[in-house]
Design a binder for this molecule. Structure first.
Ligand code: ZN
Length: 381
């Protein structure tokens, strides 16, 4: 029990509630170990709980699994970034947990942890977690971006998604981009909300999972938010290329400053675990200088464009060897490159004429080029 002196401290609180979804132990960027949970403190009132007392995790898990209410003493309330106006509950080593009876409200799963429709998502505030959505990825409206996170180039891609109740934007990061195809439907778990203007949008998190499902319906009207009109197809010859392959530890997600691709093992610089080199995830970035109609253009690679190209060419065995990929692009002949309004390479294709020996393009391919070239005179077909 807490002493009266401690209880008198303005920052210490006693809170009664039910514990939901206790996370595994995580490590912060400053190497502090903690876990999270969702604390239900009223019939429909929930707070994020952050516990630095990792030794108490088992007690939290048991209370959650057995649907028992708990009294948390000597906890602190902190400003909540995920719930402005609400608060987070902070549990330290000085906090205590005790199972209690006779709580006035029932244990209820927070709705956002279960399955939601897009209509329900649109009514959420920013930085809420969303358990599961089942959505269709619309064929139009994808936007590619590259942003720096901790000094490392990360690719993100926005997709328009919908179900029968509504439409919003979903942002996927890095490898997740490669796991989806437009016009297909997916069940996505563990997403988070953000605000984009007035609209609540969804973003993936490091723990997001996705799996393909049978077709999901769509609302009566679809809003086209598209950067496709800014996307152009450029045909040219590669005259310079630099590809950077960044390796990331799959266990602690830290980027490796130095990585010898030909070595069979590598020790993570952060978590210090020795692992097989192939266990590290690679993400590519870089620059390609394309000469088209006598003019040089400097374009930025996206990771997904390189990965899709290597997959199509069945070059995955050379995935780790960036020099081999660079040489391939220099020797390939003409390429057709799709570039978005921000100068990012969305896709790369070896020019069909290289293989057909200068014959007329196949009808469907030519048609596609024609459509894209209406605004862009540099494309010849
Ligand atoms: Zn590591």
């Amino acid at each position: 029990m807490a002493s009266p002196a401690k209880q008198a401290k303005a920052e210490s609180h006693t809170i009664v509630g039910y514990v939901h979804s206790v996370s595994p132990v995580k490590t912060s960027r400053r190497n502090v170990r903690y876990f999270e949970a969702n604390l239900q403190t009223g019939r429909e009132e929930y707070h994020r709980l952050v516990a630095f007392a990792v030794g108490k995790r088992t007690a939290f898990v048991q209370a959650s699994q057995n649907d028992r209410a708990v009294k948390l003493a000597n906890v602190k309330k902190s400003v909540s970034y995920s719930d402005p106006g609400g608060f987070d509950v902070i549990c330290s080593n000085g906090s205590s947990l005790e199972v209690v009876e006779g709580v006035q409200f029932c244990r209820r799963d927070p709705s956002s942890m279960g399955q939601m429709t897009i209509g329900e998502v649109l009514r959420l505030g920013p930085r809420q977690s969303v358990g599961v959505v089942e959505v269709k990825i619309l064929p139009e409206g994808t936007v590619s971006k590259v942003v720096a996170v901790d000094g490392v180039q990360c690719e993100l891609k926005e997709f328009q998604i919908c179900d029968r109740t509504g439409q919003t934007t979903l942002t996927l990061w890095d490898k997740q981009i490669l796991a989806v195809q437009v016009s297909k439907s997916y069940r996505l778990a563990k997403l988070a909300t953000r605000k984009s203007g007035d609209r609540t949008v969804l973003t993936s998190t490091p723990s997001t999972t996705l799996s393909e499902i049978s077709a999901v319906g769509q609302p009566d009207s679809i809003e086209v938010r598209d950067d496709r009109q800014n996307t152009s197809m450029i045909r040219g010859i590669v005259n310079g290329v630099q590809i950077i392959g960044k390796h990331r530890c799959r266990r602690c997600h830290s980027n490796q400053e130095e990585f010898v691709t030909r070595a069979s093992t590598h020790r993570c610089q952060r978590c210090k675990l020795l692992q097989r080199s192939t266990s590290f995830a690679v993400s590519y970035s870089g620059v390609l200088v394309l000469t088209s109609n006598g003019q040089d253009q400097s374009l930025s690679f996206t990771n997904s464009a390189i990965c899709n190209y290597l997959k199509e060419k069945e070059m995955s065995e050379s995935m780790k060897d960036v020099e081999a990929i660079e040489e391939h692009f220099l020797n390939i002949g003409q390429v057709d490159i799709s570039v978005n309004g921000e100068g990012l390479i969305v896709s790369i294709q070896e020019c069909a004429e290289n293989e057909l020996g200068g014959l007329v393009l196949e009808a469907d391919f030519a048609g596609e080029l024609h459509e894209l070239s209406l605004e862009h005179e540099e494309v010849k077909h």
